[in-house]
Write a protein that binds this ligand. Structure first.
Ligand SMILES: *Cc1c(COP(=O)(O)O)cnc(C)c1O
Ligand SMILES: [Zn+2]
Length: 432
């Protein structure tokens, strides 16, 4: 049973029935899902949620499905880990990471949005699904289309990381590499969606797709004992995740499950693709598109669909936005791995590097309850990571002892982190 009352234009407020629609016919604004919160409040309580299975579906009253999920049944409910060693390195006391590098089935938060949108596509009767993707969405759509046994057409920029292409093709999906940027891919997909009756999850099913992101926020609140943090740092591609995390927190407030939400939303982008960061810094909400040039390909969207909404959410919540160079992104990946044992992809490196800057700038204070959003696994972008050469020896103790002696002599010991946490202290901040 669903509590959806319909779709609503996010710009002019026009109401629509809950159909496979994404754009307002009056003003071309994007549509979003509307719910009857009073009915949800009567039907559900946060205590009852606590008794349910540890997946994103424990919040199903706040998701737009009529029936049971058909795919992605084990998605979500990823760890919220205290990150004391990273916190010490960055100079804050109460730091957590929300770790969607462990989301099922494909190790990124995109499993959440796809679980909702493909399940909804099946409810609508679509027999072919697909997406325009920067990589993680491709993985998630391919895997979950395989779970449902439906055909998937997946459009990606032709220069994507090898592991992301393999991690899509392996499920039997049709993958089309488009020579161009994500924005070219997306434009092509809009034309494809007009021509074929396919559910392109982030194009013609976008309102349903975006709802899945709210579960990231629901989990953070529940895992903190039904509190909202002071600050959340979120990597931004199209800007939907940041916007929907805040929508999710406000929904819990509205249900009376959270006290007044004062969470400040902070956005992270790569310097090589920073249209939302630039808007925030220049005090505007309209987006000036850029041509992406960064190793953080999963968040390289030059003309972000939810950019204006993300910029507004950041400003209205008292947050801020920052960017990280490719060098800083790589250092961010290493820092998280070496302090917390979490290997994230380039988007996560961006988020860690940006968090460091926001703390240095005083936007995030040492005692703020702070959550860093880690949205994808590092093995997916391992090709850009920097690690030291690995010595190769014969299986003789004497050869190993030689290596140890050499390392002791030079002061480089095998277990010494390549990026020592102290190197990230506030006193030497200019290095990052
Ligand atoms: C897609 C993606 C994001 C951001 O998603 P948007 O909702 O488009 O802003 C962040 N991190 C990773 C790893 C992603 O794949
Ligand atoms: Zn409208």
């Amino acid at each position: 049973m669903s509590y959806v009352t319909g779709l609503r234009c996010r710009v002019c407020g026009q109401a629509y029935p809950a159909e496979p629609l994404a754009v307002c016919e009056e003003c071309f604004g994007p549509l979003e899902v509307a719910y009857d919160y009073d009915a949800i409040g009567r039907a559900m309580s946060k205590d009852r949620i606590g008794e349910r299975q540890p997946t994103m579906w424990r919040y199903r009253e706040l998701l737009p499905l009529d029936g049971e999920p058909r795919v992605g049944r084990d998605a979500g409910f990823t760890p919220l880990r205290p990150a004391p060693r990273l916190g010490r390195a960055l100079g804050i006391e109460r730091l957590y990471i929300k770790d969607d590098s462990l989301c099922r089935p494909t190790l990124s938060f995109k499993d959440r949005v796809v679980a909702v949108s493909i399940s909804k596509a099946l409810e609508f009767g679509f027999e072919v699904v697909g997406c325009a993707s920067t990589g993680n969405l491709a993985n998630a759509v391919a895997a979950q289309a395989a779970q449902a046994g439906v055909t998937a057409y997946i459009f990606i920029p032709a220069n994507l990381e090898r592991a992301k292409v393999t991690g899509t093709r392996i499920y039997g999906a049709r993958v089309i590499g488009v020579r161009g940027t994500y924005d070219d891919v997306n434009r092509l997909c809009s034309e494809v969606a007009d021509r074929h009756r396919w559910a392109l999850v982030n194009v013609n099913l976008r309102p349903y797709y975006a709802e899945g992101s709210k579960t990231f926020a629901f989990e953070i609140a529940e895992q903190l004992g039904w509190q909202s943090p002071d600050a959340i740092i979120v990597p931004m591609a199209g800007g939907a995740l940041l916007t929907k995390i805040h929508k999710g927190l406000k929904e819990l407030e509205r249900l009376g499950w959270l006290p007044a939400v004062r969470t400040r939303m902070y956005g992270a982008q790569a310097a090589g693709c920073n249209p939302i960061v630039a808007a925030v810094k220049e005090g505007r909400t309209h987006i000036v598109p850029v041509k992406p040039d960064t190793i953080a390909k999963s968040i390289a969207i030059g003309n972000p669909a939810d950019g204006p909404f993300a910029a507004r959410t950041i400003v209205e919540t008292g947050g801020w936005a920052e960017q990280a160079t490719d060098e800083e992104i790589l250092q961010g990946i290493n820092l998280l791995a070496e302090t917390e044992g979490v290997f994230t992809e380039t988007a996560g490196g961006t988020t860690v590097a940006v968090t460091k800057k926001l703390i240095e700038q005083g936007h995030i204070r040492p005692d703020d309850l702070t959550v860093i959003s880690i949205t994808g696994h590092g093995l997916k972008t391992a090709e850009v990571c920097r690690v030291d050469e690995v010595p190769s020896i014969n299986a003789r103790l004497s050869e190993f002892e030689e290596i140890l002696e050499a390392e002791e002599a030079t002061g480089v010991v095998a277990s010494t982190p390549s990026v020592h946490p102290d190197a990230y202290g506030r006193s030497v901040s200019s290095e990052l």
